[in-house]
Design a protein around this ligand. Structure first.
Ligand SMILES: [Zn+2]
Length: 175
């Protein structure tokens, strides 16, 4: 079955943690097969073409994903830092210049893409929004997002889904 991915995190590394859905409720795997991970990479916009993904790469991707989730939610274990650093310290192909002097992203394979995610996470965890990584306030949702709003009081992963539902139930409570 083809699952839909969610893109509410505001950062690719945060969106990657959402490939395990309903973590706090009834977890379901959005990348059960290697093809699903390939499709996630493509839909993420980190690469133009879906990369080849082996079962071994999928396995390490899930290990990285869970380490990222714990780091983002303040529940990291010592090994998680090592997992992220192992990926981030790999060499990555640099960006390219087109003949028209445009910017062309380097072609990245699946392991390069995992390194990219690890680097994104480090930038986030050590940057100005490190304390703005939040989980959606809905009881029925466990999506993480980076609250980049000026007041920093964003509660919902999305105003179209959880935010709208919360508004509805407030109206109902008033009735
Ligand atoms: Zn939500």
């Amino acid at each position: 079955m083809r699952t839909e991915f969610t893109w509410v995190g505001g950062r690719s590394s945060v969106d990657f943690t959402a490939t395990l859905g309903k973590r706090e409720q009834t977890p379901f795997e959005r990348i059960p097969e290697t093809d699903d991970l390939a499709r996630w990479f493509e839909e993420s916009g980190l690469t133009k073409e879906a990369p080849a993904v082996t079962p071994a790469v999928r396995g390490t991707a899930i290990e990285l994903r869970e380490a990222l989730y714990r780091l983002f939610t303040g529940t990291a274990v010592t090994a998680d830092v090592g997992v992220v650093n192992r990926w981030s310290s790999r060499r990555l192909p640099g960006p390219r210049l087109t003949p028209e002097l445009g910017l062309e992203p380097a072609p990245l394979d699946a392991t390069d893409l995992l390194s990219t995610l690890a680097r994104d996470a480090i930038e986030l965890l050590t940057g100005p929004y490190a304390d703005r990584i939040r989980a959606c306030a809905s009881d029925d949702c466990s999506l993480l997002f980076v609250d980049t709003s000026r007041p920093g009081r964003r509660r919902w992963c999305s105003m179209n889904t959880c935010g709208a539902r919360a508004k509805m139930s407030t109206y109902r409570a008033v009735d």
